[in-house]
Design a protein around this ligand. Structure first.
Ligand code: DON
Length: 342
Protein backbone atom coordinates (compact mmCIF):
# COMPACT_ATOMS: atom_id res chain seq x y z
CA UNK A 1 0.00 0.00 0.00
CA UNK A 2 2.80 2.41 0.88
CA UNK A 3 4.41 1.71 -2.46
CA UNK A 4 1.18 2.37 -4.31
CA UNK A 5 1.76 6.06 -3.63
CA UNK A 6 5.03 5.92 -5.48
CA UNK A 7 3.33 5.54 -8.84
CA UNK A 8 3.37 9.19 -9.70
CA UNK A 9 6.84 10.20 -10.77
CA UNK A 10 5.64 13.79 -11.05
CA UNK A 11 5.06 13.89 -7.32
CA UNK A 12 8.30 12.21 -6.42
CA UNK A 13 10.46 14.49 -8.53
CA UNK A 14 10.02 17.52 -6.31
CA UNK A 15 10.75 15.61 -3.18
CA UNK A 16 13.85 14.11 -4.74
CA UNK A 17 15.19 17.61 -5.24
CA UNK A 18 14.16 18.69 -1.78
CA UNK A 19 15.48 15.78 0.13
CA UNK A 20 18.68 15.31 -1.78
CA UNK A 21 19.47 18.87 -0.84
CA UNK A 22 18.40 18.36 2.74
CA UNK A 23 20.46 15.21 3.19
CA UNK A 24 23.73 16.81 2.13
CA UNK A 25 26.17 18.20 4.71
CA UNK A 26 26.62 21.31 2.56
CA UNK A 27 22.90 21.89 2.80
CA UNK A 28 22.92 21.64 6.59
CA UNK A 29 25.90 23.98 6.82
CA UNK A 30 24.35 26.53 4.51
CA UNK A 31 20.97 26.40 6.20
CA UNK A 32 22.43 27.27 9.59
CA UNK A 33 24.04 30.46 8.20
CA UNK A 34 22.21 33.64 7.43
CA UNK A 35 22.51 33.52 3.62
CA UNK A 36 21.77 36.53 1.47
CA UNK A 37 19.64 34.48 -0.97
CA UNK A 38 16.65 32.29 -0.24
CA UNK A 39 17.17 29.79 2.56
CA UNK A 40 17.91 26.40 0.91
CA UNK A 41 15.94 24.47 3.54
CA UNK A 42 12.90 26.56 2.84
CA UNK A 43 13.32 26.32 -0.92
CA UNK A 44 13.62 22.53 -0.77
CA UNK A 45 10.64 22.03 1.50
CA UNK A 46 8.48 24.44 -0.49
CA UNK A 47 9.33 22.43 -3.58
CA UNK A 48 8.35 19.17 -1.88
CA UNK A 49 5.13 20.74 -0.70
CA UNK A 50 4.20 21.98 -4.16
CA UNK A 51 4.60 18.50 -5.62
CA UNK A 52 2.69 16.65 -2.91
CA UNK A 53 -0.15 18.84 -1.82
CA UNK A 54 -2.51 17.79 -4.61
CA UNK A 55 -2.07 14.05 -4.21
CA UNK A 56 -5.52 12.74 -5.11
CA UNK A 57 -5.72 9.59 -3.00
CA UNK A 58 -7.45 9.28 0.34
CA UNK A 59 -10.41 10.75 2.12
CA UNK A 60 -11.10 12.28 5.52
CA UNK A 61 -12.14 9.95 8.34
CA UNK A 62 -15.90 10.29 8.69
CA UNK A 63 -16.76 7.75 11.39
CA UNK A 64 -16.00 10.63 13.78
CA UNK A 65 -18.42 13.22 12.32
CA UNK A 66 -16.27 16.25 13.25
CA UNK A 67 -13.31 14.86 11.30
CA UNK A 68 -15.32 14.77 8.09
CA UNK A 69 -15.48 18.57 8.31
CA UNK A 70 -11.69 19.10 8.51
CA UNK A 71 -10.30 20.98 5.50
CA UNK A 72 -8.93 18.19 3.25
CA UNK A 73 -6.44 20.64 1.73
CA UNK A 74 -4.39 21.12 4.89
CA UNK A 75 -0.88 20.09 3.97
CA UNK A 76 2.20 20.80 6.01
CA UNK A 77 5.65 19.31 6.34
CA UNK A 78 7.97 19.93 9.28
CA UNK A 79 11.47 18.72 10.06
CA UNK A 80 12.87 19.19 13.57
CA UNK A 81 16.46 18.15 14.23
CA UNK A 82 17.79 16.94 17.57
CA UNK A 83 19.76 20.17 17.88
CA UNK A 84 16.51 22.10 17.76
CA UNK A 85 16.41 23.43 14.19
CA UNK A 86 12.89 23.65 12.80
CA UNK A 87 12.14 23.64 9.05
CA UNK A 88 8.57 24.16 7.88
CA UNK A 89 6.66 24.20 4.62
CA UNK A 90 2.99 24.69 3.93
CA UNK A 91 0.29 24.79 6.54
CA UNK A 92 1.97 24.00 9.82
CA UNK A 93 -0.35 26.08 12.01
CA UNK A 94 -3.82 24.65 11.30
CA UNK A 95 -4.74 22.52 14.28
CA UNK A 96 -6.34 19.12 13.89
CA UNK A 97 -6.91 16.44 16.53
CA UNK A 98 -3.94 14.24 17.31
CA UNK A 99 -6.03 11.03 17.44
CA UNK A 100 -3.99 7.83 17.65
CA UNK A 101 -0.65 9.60 17.77
CA UNK A 102 -1.56 10.31 21.41
CA UNK A 103 -1.23 6.58 22.11
CA UNK A 104 2.56 6.94 22.00
CA UNK A 105 2.61 9.57 24.74
CA UNK A 106 0.06 7.79 26.95
CA UNK A 107 2.28 4.74 26.66
CA UNK A 108 5.30 6.82 27.71
CA UNK A 109 3.40 8.03 30.78
CA UNK A 110 2.52 4.50 31.93
CA UNK A 111 6.12 3.36 31.44
CA UNK A 112 7.33 6.30 33.49
CA UNK A 113 4.92 5.47 36.33
CA UNK A 114 5.06 1.67 36.32
CA UNK A 115 8.23 0.70 34.48
CA UNK A 116 8.75 -0.77 31.02
CA UNK A 117 7.21 -4.18 31.77
CA UNK A 118 3.77 -2.98 32.85
CA UNK A 119 2.36 -2.76 29.32
CA UNK A 120 4.27 -5.84 28.16
CA UNK A 121 2.72 -7.84 30.98
CA UNK A 122 -0.76 -6.46 30.48
CA UNK A 123 -1.77 -6.36 26.79
CA UNK A 124 1.63 -7.18 25.22
CA UNK A 125 3.65 -5.62 22.41
CA UNK A 126 2.79 -7.81 19.44
CA UNK A 127 1.31 -6.91 16.10
CA UNK A 128 -2.32 -7.96 15.75
CA UNK A 129 -2.45 -7.97 11.95
CA UNK A 130 -5.93 -6.48 12.31
CA UNK A 131 -7.42 -3.02 11.92
CA UNK A 132 -6.86 -0.58 14.78
CA UNK A 133 -10.31 -1.09 16.32
CA UNK A 134 -10.59 -4.82 15.79
CA UNK A 135 -12.77 -6.79 18.19
CA UNK A 136 -11.60 -10.04 16.60
CA UNK A 137 -8.08 -9.17 17.81
CA UNK A 138 -9.38 -8.88 21.38
CA UNK A 139 -11.29 -12.13 21.17
CA UNK A 140 -8.46 -14.11 19.64
CA UNK A 141 -6.26 -14.07 22.75
CA UNK A 142 -8.68 -12.63 25.33
CA UNK A 143 -7.09 -9.19 25.13
CA UNK A 144 -3.47 -10.38 25.28
CA UNK A 145 -0.97 -10.59 22.41
CA UNK A 146 -1.68 -7.04 21.31
CA UNK A 147 -0.07 -3.65 21.85
CA UNK A 148 -0.66 -0.08 23.10
CA UNK A 149 -1.07 1.34 19.55
CA UNK A 150 -4.37 -0.41 18.69
CA UNK A 151 -7.54 0.79 20.38
CA UNK A 152 -8.00 -2.09 22.88
CA UNK A 153 -4.39 -1.76 24.04
CA UNK A 154 -4.55 2.04 23.99
CA UNK A 155 -7.73 2.31 26.07
CA UNK A 156 -6.15 -0.14 28.51
CA UNK A 157 -2.97 1.98 28.55
CA UNK A 158 -4.99 5.08 29.41
CA UNK A 159 -6.76 3.11 32.18
CA UNK A 160 -3.35 2.46 33.76
CA UNK A 161 -2.36 6.13 34.18
CA UNK A 162 -2.47 7.08 37.86
CA UNK A 163 -4.84 9.58 39.44
CA UNK A 164 -7.61 9.61 42.02
CA UNK A 165 -9.98 11.56 39.80
CA UNK A 166 -10.50 11.91 36.01
CA UNK A 167 -9.10 15.45 36.33
CA UNK A 168 -5.87 14.18 37.90
CA UNK A 169 -5.47 11.52 35.22
CA UNK A 170 -6.17 14.08 32.54
CA UNK A 171 -3.60 16.46 34.02
CA UNK A 172 -0.92 13.80 33.59
CA UNK A 173 -1.98 13.03 30.02
CA UNK A 174 -2.14 16.62 28.80
CA UNK A 175 1.07 17.32 30.74
CA UNK A 176 3.22 14.81 28.87
CA UNK A 177 1.75 15.84 25.51
CA UNK A 178 2.43 19.52 26.24
CA UNK A 179 5.98 18.86 27.47
CA UNK A 180 6.76 16.98 24.27
CA UNK A 181 5.19 19.69 22.07
CA UNK A 182 6.86 22.49 24.01
CA UNK A 183 3.65 24.44 24.56
CA UNK A 184 0.42 24.06 26.52
CA UNK A 185 -1.92 21.95 24.40
CA UNK A 186 -5.72 21.90 24.64
CA UNK A 187 -8.59 19.67 23.63
CA UNK A 188 -10.71 20.36 20.57
CA UNK A 189 -14.04 20.20 22.35
CA UNK A 190 -16.09 19.71 19.18
CA UNK A 191 -14.03 16.67 18.16
CA UNK A 192 -14.17 15.24 21.68
CA UNK A 193 -17.95 15.59 21.88
CA UNK A 194 -18.41 14.27 18.36
CA UNK A 195 -16.41 11.11 19.08
CA UNK A 196 -17.85 10.69 22.58
CA UNK A 197 -21.34 10.63 21.05
CA UNK A 198 -20.43 7.98 18.46
CA UNK A 199 -17.78 5.78 20.10
CA UNK A 200 -19.97 2.83 21.05
CA UNK A 201 -17.50 0.46 19.40
CA UNK A 202 -14.65 1.72 21.60
CA UNK A 203 -16.94 1.43 24.63
CA UNK A 204 -17.57 -2.21 23.70
CA UNK A 205 -13.82 -2.74 23.33
CA UNK A 206 -13.23 -1.19 26.77
CA UNK A 207 -15.86 -3.46 28.30
CA UNK A 208 -14.24 -6.51 26.70
CA UNK A 209 -10.80 -5.53 27.99
CA UNK A 210 -12.41 -5.15 31.42
CA UNK A 211 -14.14 -8.51 31.11
CA UNK A 212 -10.78 -10.14 30.32
CA UNK A 213 -9.11 -8.43 33.28
CA UNK A 214 -6.80 -6.03 31.43
CA UNK A 215 -8.70 -2.91 32.54
CA UNK A 216 -9.01 -3.12 36.30
CA UNK A 217 -11.94 -0.77 36.87
CA UNK A 218 -14.03 2.02 35.32
CA UNK A 219 -13.75 0.83 31.69
CA UNK A 220 -16.11 3.47 30.37
CA UNK A 221 -14.23 6.19 32.23
CA UNK A 222 -11.02 4.94 30.60
CA UNK A 223 -12.71 5.03 27.21
CA UNK A 224 -13.91 8.57 27.81
CA UNK A 225 -10.46 9.83 28.88
CA UNK A 226 -8.93 8.04 25.87
CA UNK A 227 -11.46 9.80 23.61
CA UNK A 228 -10.49 13.16 25.10
CA UNK A 229 -6.80 12.35 24.66
CA UNK A 230 -7.44 11.65 20.95
CA UNK A 231 -9.05 15.11 20.63
CA UNK A 232 -5.92 17.02 21.72
CA UNK A 233 -5.44 19.76 19.17
CA UNK A 234 -2.05 19.97 17.44
CA UNK A 235 -0.52 21.36 14.27
CA UNK A 236 2.22 19.82 12.12
CA UNK A 237 4.92 21.72 14.00
CA UNK A 238 3.71 20.36 17.34
CA UNK A 239 3.77 16.83 15.95
CA UNK A 240 7.31 17.17 14.64
CA UNK A 241 8.49 18.62 17.96
CA UNK A 242 6.82 15.78 19.87
CA UNK A 243 8.53 13.28 17.60
CA UNK A 244 11.83 15.11 17.93
CA UNK A 245 11.54 14.61 21.67
CA UNK A 246 11.47 10.88 20.96
CA UNK A 247 14.39 11.21 18.52
CA UNK A 248 16.37 13.11 21.14
CA UNK A 249 16.26 10.55 23.96
CA UNK A 250 13.10 12.01 25.51
CA UNK A 251 14.45 15.57 25.85
CA UNK A 252 12.51 18.20 23.91
CA UNK A 253 15.22 19.67 21.65
CA UNK A 254 13.46 23.04 21.40
CA UNK A 255 12.70 23.68 25.09
CA UNK A 256 15.41 21.46 26.61
CA UNK A 257 12.90 19.80 28.97
CA UNK A 258 13.31 16.08 29.69
CA UNK A 259 9.74 14.98 28.94
CA UNK A 260 10.18 11.20 28.71
CA UNK A 261 12.72 8.99 30.49
CA UNK A 262 15.60 8.21 28.13
CA UNK A 263 15.64 4.53 29.11
CA UNK A 264 12.09 4.08 27.83
CA UNK A 265 12.64 5.58 24.37
CA UNK A 266 14.00 2.43 22.62
CA UNK A 267 11.00 0.42 23.80
CA UNK A 268 8.51 3.09 22.73
CA UNK A 269 10.14 3.26 19.29
CA UNK A 270 10.08 -0.55 19.06
CA UNK A 271 6.31 -0.59 19.61
CA UNK A 272 5.86 2.20 17.04
CA UNK A 273 7.89 0.17 14.55
CA UNK A 274 5.79 -2.94 15.27
CA UNK A 275 2.35 -1.37 15.19
CA UNK A 276 2.48 2.39 14.53
CA UNK A 277 0.64 1.98 11.22
CA UNK A 278 -1.45 -0.99 12.38
CA UNK A 279 -1.92 -3.78 9.87
CA UNK A 280 0.25 -1.84 7.40
CA UNK A 281 3.18 -1.56 9.81
CA UNK A 282 5.16 -4.30 8.07
CA UNK A 283 4.85 -2.63 4.67
CA UNK A 284 5.67 0.71 6.24
CA UNK A 285 8.79 -0.59 7.95
CA UNK A 286 9.87 -2.40 4.80
CA UNK A 287 9.55 0.86 2.85
CA UNK A 288 11.01 3.34 5.32
CA UNK A 289 12.87 1.47 8.04
CA UNK A 290 11.63 3.99 10.61
CA UNK A 291 9.36 3.90 13.67
CA UNK A 292 6.31 6.04 13.00
CA UNK A 293 2.79 6.75 14.16
CA UNK A 294 -0.34 7.83 12.35
CA UNK A 295 -3.69 9.22 13.44
CA UNK A 296 -7.05 9.43 11.69
CA UNK A 297 -6.85 13.24 11.88
CA UNK A 298 -4.27 12.89 9.07
CA UNK A 299 -1.06 13.38 11.00
CA UNK A 300 1.86 11.06 10.66
CA UNK A 301 5.30 11.31 12.17
CA UNK A 302 8.49 9.31 11.75
CA UNK A 303 11.52 9.26 14.00
CA UNK A 304 15.13 9.04 12.90
CA UNK A 305 16.69 8.25 16.30
CA UNK A 306 19.38 10.70 17.44
CA UNK A 307 19.02 12.69 14.25
CA UNK A 308 15.69 14.30 13.38
CA UNK A 309 12.02 13.77 12.74
CA UNK A 310 9.67 14.45 9.89
CA UNK A 311 5.97 15.12 10.35
CA UNK A 312 3.42 15.53 7.61
CA UNK A 313 -0.19 16.57 7.94
CA UNK A 314 -2.71 15.67 5.26
CA UNK A 315 -6.23 14.43 6.19
CA UNK A 316 -6.81 12.07 3.22
CA UNK A 317 -6.61 8.51 4.60
CA UNK A 318 -6.28 5.05 3.11
CA UNK A 319 -8.45 2.16 4.26
CA UNK A 320 -6.09 1.36 7.15
CA UNK A 321 -6.61 4.86 8.56
CA UNK A 322 -3.19 6.27 7.59
CA UNK A 323 -2.55 9.53 5.70
CA UNK A 324 -1.90 8.84 2.00
CA UNK A 325 0.20 11.92 1.27
CA UNK A 326 1.95 11.55 4.61
CA UNK A 327 3.08 8.05 3.76
CA UNK A 328 4.14 9.06 0.27
CA UNK A 329 6.23 11.99 1.49
CA UNK A 330 7.87 10.04 4.29
CA UNK A 331 8.50 7.03 2.09
CA UNK A 332 10.24 9.19 -0.50
CA UNK A 333 12.15 11.05 2.21
CA UNK A 334 13.62 7.95 3.78
CA UNK A 335 14.33 6.27 0.46
CA UNK A 336 16.39 9.26 -0.59
CA UNK A 337 18.20 9.95 2.64
CA UNK A 338 18.76 6.28 3.53
CA UNK A 339 17.77 7.09 7.10
CA UNK A 340 16.58 3.61 7.97
CA UNK A 341 17.33 2.32 11.45
CA UNK A 342 18.46 -0.86 9.75
O1 DON B 1 -10.41 5.57 18.71
C1 DON B 1 -10.49 5.98 17.55
O2 DON B 1 -11.07 5.34 16.68
C2 DON B 1 -9.85 7.31 17.23
N1 DON B 1 -10.04 8.22 18.31
C3 DON B 1 -8.40 7.15 16.93
C4 DON B 1 -8.10 6.16 15.83
C5 DON B 1 -6.91 6.49 15.03
O3 DON B 1 -6.40 7.58 15.00
C6 DON B 1 -6.38 5.42 14.15
N2 DON B 1 -5.19 5.86 13.46
N3 DON B 1 -4.79 5.99 12.41
Amino acid sequence: MVRSFMRSSRLILGLVTALTLMASPAFAAKSSKKAAGPNPTQTAMNDALAKYKDIPEGKNADYIPALAKVDPNIYGIVVVTVDGKVYTAGDVTSEVSIQSISKVFAMAKVMEEQGPDALLNNMGVDATGQVFNSIVAVEQYKGSEMNPMVNPGAITTTSMISGATPEEIWGRIIGIHSDCAGRQLKVNQEVYESEAATNQRNQAIAMLMYAYGHIKDNPLRACDIYTKQCAISVNAKDLATMAATLANGGKNPVTGKQAIQTANIPKILAVMATAGLYDDSGKWLYATGLPAKSGVGGGILAVVPNRCTLAVWSPGLDESGNSCAGQAALDAFTTLTGWSVF
